[in-house]
Design a protein around this ligand. Structure first.
Ligand SMILES: NC(=O)c1ccc[n+]([C@@H]2O[C@H](COP(=O)([O-])OP(=O)(O)OC[C@H]3O[C@@H](n4cnc5c(N)ncnc54)[C@H](OP(=O)(O)O)[C@@H]3O)[C@@H](O)[C@H]2O)c1
Length: 335
């Protein structure tokens, strides 16, 4: 019986047949949906083991990164802000200080800390500086960081591209996307794991990777580079070696549309989540799973799009892309 079950599951995963394929396709997502919709607010053990430490968030001055930073702070975490815009960093610090008791004496360990870093052009030294103390790189600007105080790394920073084919993209644009969306999470993860190895061995640590629903879509909804960067994020997260002794767990979030600057603040709808909805969904996913769309809206979106037969899908999106190209060329012609 057990052997038959294992054999059939193996065949199902390889050949994807019959009831097993249906279970794999719908059973797991439906369980995730049930989890997201359930009112069970049982706290994850991750929170129990990391409370009172810092969370480093890349690209945290707007959108999902900012919403996550504020929610972590509300739950008693210190924020280690990794961002490029000094004015926005300052504003966020002020918001955080209203949430955290920074005026305690001695000062609360939860006082926000920051490092000014532009991920689209960060040097090797600047990446090293994130978890270095005292300051080693002359050009860096930040507040003092204590080794081992960051228990959670959120690889959030990302940029998009207008929906154009590869031959129309400027090389500079492609380089910025690769550095911001790919190089950033590779380097932050590398330095975070080294830091954990030296200063947090055996203590719970956690990495959150913000990927995208496009990582699992069959056809490019967006530009190939953006989609590839988000797929690489997911694959990297799953295949990175996290030595057991380091107690590092991870979570991959694959949002669909969220109303942020990146999506030109799309109206909240059945397919588009608010930043608050997304944040709540991410917190519900922590230690429940390792790979999720988090949001019930986005789970429904991927199930619906993946249920469309391939020829219809290709025809529909081929048509939409062609329409977009014609419109773009007409606009360019007018200018
Ligand atoms: N929104 C969605 O629908 C959606 C869907 C799927 C996945 N995602 C992913 O979610 C992540 C966050 O996206 P979002 O929608 O929250 O975007 P957002 O609202 O545009 O926020 C992006 C944040 O990253 C910062 N940032 C951008 N480039 C940077 C750089 N080179 N160096 C330092 N900081 C930089 C921005 O700072 P500045 O203010 O200085 O630009 C901002 O704080 C991205 O990885 C994105 O791919 C978003």
């Amino acid at each position: 019986m057990a052997i038959k079950f294992i054999r059939n599951t193996f065949y199902a995963s390889v050949y994807g047949t019959g009831a097993y394929k249906l279970t794999l396709l719908f059973g797991v997502p439906l369980y995730h949906l049930y989890h997201q919709l359930s009112t069970d607010t049982q706290e994850s053990p991750i929170f129990t083991h990391t409370q009172g430490t810092y969370v480093a968030v890349s690209g945290c001055t707007d959108g999902i990164g900012k919403a996550l930073t504020l929610e972590f702070a509300r739950r008693g975490y210190g924020a280690y802000l990794l961002a490029r815009n000094f004015e926005k960093l300052d504003n966020l610090q002020n918001e955080l200080k209203q949430l955290t008791p920074a005026n305690l004496s001695p000062p609360s360990p939860l006082t926000p800390k920051w490092l000014k870093i532009d991920f689209s052009k960060a040097s090797l030294e600047e990446y090293r500086e994130i978890f270095a103390t005292p300051l080693q790189f002359e050009g860096s600007e930040r507040q003092s960081y204590q080794h081992g105080e960051v228990s959670i790394m959120v690889n959030n920073v990302g940029t998009g591209m207008t929906n154009r084919p590869v031959f129309e993209c400027e090389p500079q644009e492609i380089e910025t996307l690769i550095k911001t969306n790919i190089y950033s999470y590779v380097m932050c993860t590398k330095h975070f794991i080294s830091e954990v190895k030296k200063y947090r061995e055996g203590k719970q640590s956690y990495i959150i990777y913000i990927s995208s629903i496009v990582a699992d879509l069959r056809n490019p909804f967006s530009t190939a580079f953006y989609q590839a960067s988000k797929l690489s994020n997911k694959v990297f997260a799953h295949t990175t070696y996290y030595p057991r002794s380091l107690s590092i767990d991870y979570l991959i979030i694959k949002p669909g549309w969220v109303s942020t600057n990146l999506t030109k603040n799309r109206a909240i709808s059945l397919s588009t989540a608010s930043q608050q909805e997304e944040t709540q969904a991410i917190f519900k996913s922590i230690s429940f799973t390792r790979d999720t769309y988090a949001q019930w809206k986005h789970l429904a979106l991927i199930l619906a799009t993946n249920a469309i037969p391939q020829p219809v899908y290709e025809g529909l999106f081929g048509y939409l892309k062609e329409q977009a190209r014609v419109k773009r060329e007409a606009t360019q012609g007018k200018q």
